[in-house]
Design a protein around this ligand. Structure first.
Ligand SMILES: NC(=O)c1ccc[n+]([C@@H]2O[C@H](COP(=O)([O-])OP(=O)(O)OC[C@H]3O[C@@H](n4cnc5c(N)ncnc54)[C@H](OP(=O)(O)O)[C@@H]3O)[C@@H](O)[C@H]2O)c1
Length: 343
């Protein structure tokens, strides 16, 4: 098949590109050439999806069987490409997010859950908000119709080439060794999907011409925080890693050592009503359609191998920030103070 990847160079788009090439498809990628290098073997078109002239250059003399959009964040972006491509491609996969659902993360969601009320014609240049992906979905459906559009609502993605730096932060923390502050409770479930499993599933659906909506993440309860941290320690940690579990209440306690959920200790969601549904994304429909998720140990091992082998160019964003590392992970001194207080 001829496949156009909007994005296609970084993380999920890269995983799609890699597998599509392996399966023998012809792949065109479209991105600005800023975030990451395109894979050898793709037809790389560089341009900005916010620039009408760049999009016109992309479609000039080209046609595709399918489009996979891993870069739409604004409804206006999705509307512009869907409008332009409706007569130049047969099928449009939009990578949406669980953020599109009005109830998430407070409540469990499935394919029938209500979306945020963001319209398809929302003006461009909106500040990031969870609602925007719902507008992107409406824009794609408006131009491609329900019989040609596939909406994949992604949960949290992990794996090699991650730029968000959540799993990389934990792996690097384990590599430093010693006593490690472990948030919440070891038995609490979480849902993380390896980008490679996501891309396998997405390409299987695409090549079968499947349409509709699939919540795409690992099945609920497949892994717990305890298993996640043990897996990180196993992949990257020295023999001296000791997990010290701290209850949510202790970490959230007011004061200078209060810990920010999700970012200071990446992926930690406390057991509070506002985030009660974070890891309750129903994946039954995706599983029935063939979604398979590899063991977390494999993802942790491969991500750690990638972190160790990547070169300085791959390690740095154009603005000089370290790539793939959360800049606001907990300060080592703060972690030490909390560990001392827990001893
Ligand atoms: N990461 C997660 O955990 C997660 C969770 C839920 C949903 N999602 C969704 O999954 C999708 C993929 O995520 P990701 O983490 O793989 O994204 P990513 O690493 O940020 O990659 C984005 C891709 O889009 C390209 N791009 C960005 N802005 C562009 C523009 N204006 N014009 C042309 N190309 C542009 C980038 O290349 P250039 O910068 O070089 O242009 C890059 O290839 C996104 O839609 C995201 O919202 C991700």
């Amino acid at each position: 098949m001829k496949i156009l990847l909007l994005g296609g160079s970084s993380f999920l788009g890269r995983a799609y590109a890699s597998q599509a090439l392996t399966r023998g498809h012809q792949v065109t990628t479209f991105n600005r050439g800023r975030t990451a290098a395109d894979l050898p073997g793709v037809e790389a078109v560089h341009g900005d999806r916010d620039a009408a002239e760049d999009l016109a250059r992309l479609v000039e003399g080209r046609r595709w069987d399918a489009v996979v959009d891993t870069s739409a964040q604004q409804p206006a972006q999705a509307a512009a490409t869907a409008r332009l491509l409706r007569d130049r491609a047969d099928h449009y996969t939009l990578i949406s997010s669980v953020h599109a659902f009005a109830d998430w993360p407070a409540r469990a969601v499935d394919e029938t859950s209500p979306l945020h009320p963001c319209p398809a014609d929302t003006p461009p240049g909106q500040e990031f908000s969870a609602a925007l992906k719902a507008g992107c979905e409406r824009a794609v459906l408006e131009y491609f119709g329900a019989d040609r559009a596939l909406i994949l609502n992604s949960g949290l993605l992990i794996g090699p080439y991650e730029r968000g730096g959540r799993l990389p932060w934990w792996l690097e923390r384990m590599a430093r060794g010693g006593r490690v502050l472990a948030p919440g409770e070891p038995g609490r479930p979480m849902q993380l999907i390896d980008v490679r499993d996501f891309a396998t599933f997405g390409l299987d659906l695409l090549t079968a011409g499947t349409t509709g909506r699939f919540l795409t993440t690992a099945p609920p309860g497949r892994i717990t925080y305890g298993e996640f941290l043990a897996g990180c320690a196993e992949a990257a940690g020295g023999a001296d890693v000791e997990l010290v579990w701290a209850a949510d209440k202790r970490l959230l306690a007011e004061g200078p050592d209060s810990v920010q959920p999700w970012s200071e200790l990446p992926l930690w969601t406390p057991d509070v009503p506002e985030s009660a549904g974070t890891w309750q994304v129903d994946t039954g429909r995706a599983e029935q359609a063939g979604l398979r998720c590899r063991p977390f140990a494999e993802t942790a091992r491969d991500t750690w191998e990638w972190l160790r082998r990547r070169g300085p160019a791959e390690d740095t964003e154009p603005d000089g920030r370290k790539r793939g590392r959360i800049v606001h992970g907990i300060e080592p001194a703060k972690e030490r103070r909390l560990l001392d207080a827990l001893a």
